[in-house]
Design a protein around this ligand. Structure first.
Ligand SMILES: Nc1ncnc2c1ncn2[C@@H]1O[C@H](COP(=O)(O)OP(=O)(O)OP(=O)(O)O)[C@@H](O)[C@H]1O
Ligand code: SF4
Ligand SMILES: [Mg+2]
Length: 380
């Protein structure tokens, strides 16, 4: 991953990394330019994941009157050492996917395979063992840290559940190492969250996410609440930690430029489903789904000449309610290319037939009956 341009990583450059035991390091594959690289068995395989939240009526006798289809059949793979970005408008189900991956929500149906094992049906000790390897970094560093706990207690809390990672007498040392790894002064161990800036708090959140030496970190809008310059610091830190510990990231965000910067592959979600998924080059330079094309066309273009030639795709109407999504293709009520077939047949997420087997960046998975490339001028 290339460094962001803000040259403010002095804080992060701590030389001593002893004590935090990473999984065996491996060179990150350079699979970002065109066709996907065969990286063997994915570390995470998500298949037809569904989460419907029941809508009920009545106080004593709750009657089910429908369901919010927050996630409605999402599939993707995540490989070791890779970053999969997930983008999409507010309410499309990104955070629900994150919670399902973390087993913080129970899936209505579908599977999440971690190293070949379906973790959606696990409970008790088996679930606890898997959870250690999949950790989360949350959006808001102001609300996700308990204001009454010291930084040492916050970062060391996961050791209460997994004492085998850091026995009681060794915890302070391990927490100080983690502070050092994320570029914070180890002497801050007894400070409280309010004594830190937003960026520093997010570093604390990352240190906590790293405490159990996980293999996968699910990041739900990790920099959205931060100033632009601080975003760059945190993103650079995450890239550095990924290389160092061979971490795999699921990186959820609104900002298409940030997602492109950090991701090897990108999935675009719409109303609980994956509209399109591919390498960053495929999605940003060769999008074939009308929704992705519209999203990209809305990214501001600073260059006045490019701005003049670009075509902005304005989507009509609002995002439909996930409690009552349109039949067939859920994007059809806003799609300028919609035809009769779009109302009756759900488009599957697959490489479109016309591109299948061809050596073209358009040959990636797209859930559209009429997927085709369109030149979109954008600055993401
Ligand atoms: N516990 C819940 N009960 C009922 N509905 C829920 C619940 N959690 C989420 N939803 C609904 O599911 C849909 C998806 O929500 P989710 O938070 O996953 O979206 P999101 O893509 O993360 O949005 P944002 O970008 O605003 O964070 C929304 O319509 C939301 O209101
Ligand atoms: S399937 Fe139809 S409605 Fe859906 S994105 Fe493609 S053209 Fe538009
Ligand atoms: Mg969210």
């Amino acid at each position: 991953m290339a460094e962001l341009s803000k040259n403010d990583e002095a804080l992060v450059d701590s030389p001593d990394r002893t004590g935090v035991q990473p999984p065996a390091a491996e060179a990150k594959p350079a699979g970002t330019a065109g066709a996907p690289v065969d990286r063997g068995e994915p570390i995470l395989r998500v298949r037809n994941l569904v989460k419907h939240f029941p809508m009920t009526q009545g106080i004593l006798f709750k009657k089910k009157i429908g369901a919010v289809k927050a996630v409605d059949g999402v599939s993707f793979d995540l490989h070791q050492g890779e970053t999969l970005g997930i983008v999409g408008e507010s309410g499309c189900g990104k955070s629900t996917v994150a919670k399902l991956l973390m087993s913080l929500e129970t899936a209505t149906s579908g599977e999440v395979f971690y190293k070949g094992q379906d973790i959606t049906r696990l409970s008790g000790r088996a679930l606890k063992a898997v959870r250690r390897n999949i950790q989360m970094v949350f959006q808001d560093p102001y609300t996700s840290l308990n204001p009454r706990m010291t930084v040492g207690d916050i970062i060391g809390e996961p050791f209460d559940i997994h004492p085998e990672v850091a026995p009681k007498g060794d915890r302070s040392r391990r927490v100080q190492e983690l502070l050092d790894v994320v570029g914070l002064n180890p002497e801050y161990i007894n400070r409280y969250p309010h004594q830190f800036s937003g960026g520093q708090r997010q570093r604390i959140g990352i240190a906590r996410g790293l405490a159990l030496n996980p293999e996968i970190i699910v990041c739900d809008e990790p920099v959205s609440a931060l100033d632009v310059s601080v975003q760059a610091q945190v993103i650079n830190l995450m890239g550095k930690l990924q290389d160092e510990f061979d971490l795999s990231y699921v990186f959820i965000a609104h900002d298409l430029s940030i997602v492109r910067h950090i991701s090897d592959r990108v999935g675009v979600m719409y109303l609980g489903r994956m509209a399109e998924i591919g390498t960053d080059t495929q999605i940003y330079d060769h999008p074939t789904h009308p929704y992705t094309q519209a999203l990209l066309s809305a990214v501001p273009v600073p260059d006045p000449e490019s701005r003049e030639v670009r075509e902005r795709i304005i989507l009509s109407g609002d995002v439909p309610s996930p409690a009552n999504p349109p039949s067939g293709c859920s994007f059809r009520t806003r799609c300028w290319k919609a035809e009769d077939k779009c109302a009756t047949e759900v488009p599957l997420l697959a490489v479109p037939e016309r591109f299948a087997g061809r050596d073209t960046p358009a040959a990636h998975e797209s859930a559209c009956h009429f997927a085709e490339e369109k030149d979109v001028v954008h600055a993401a």
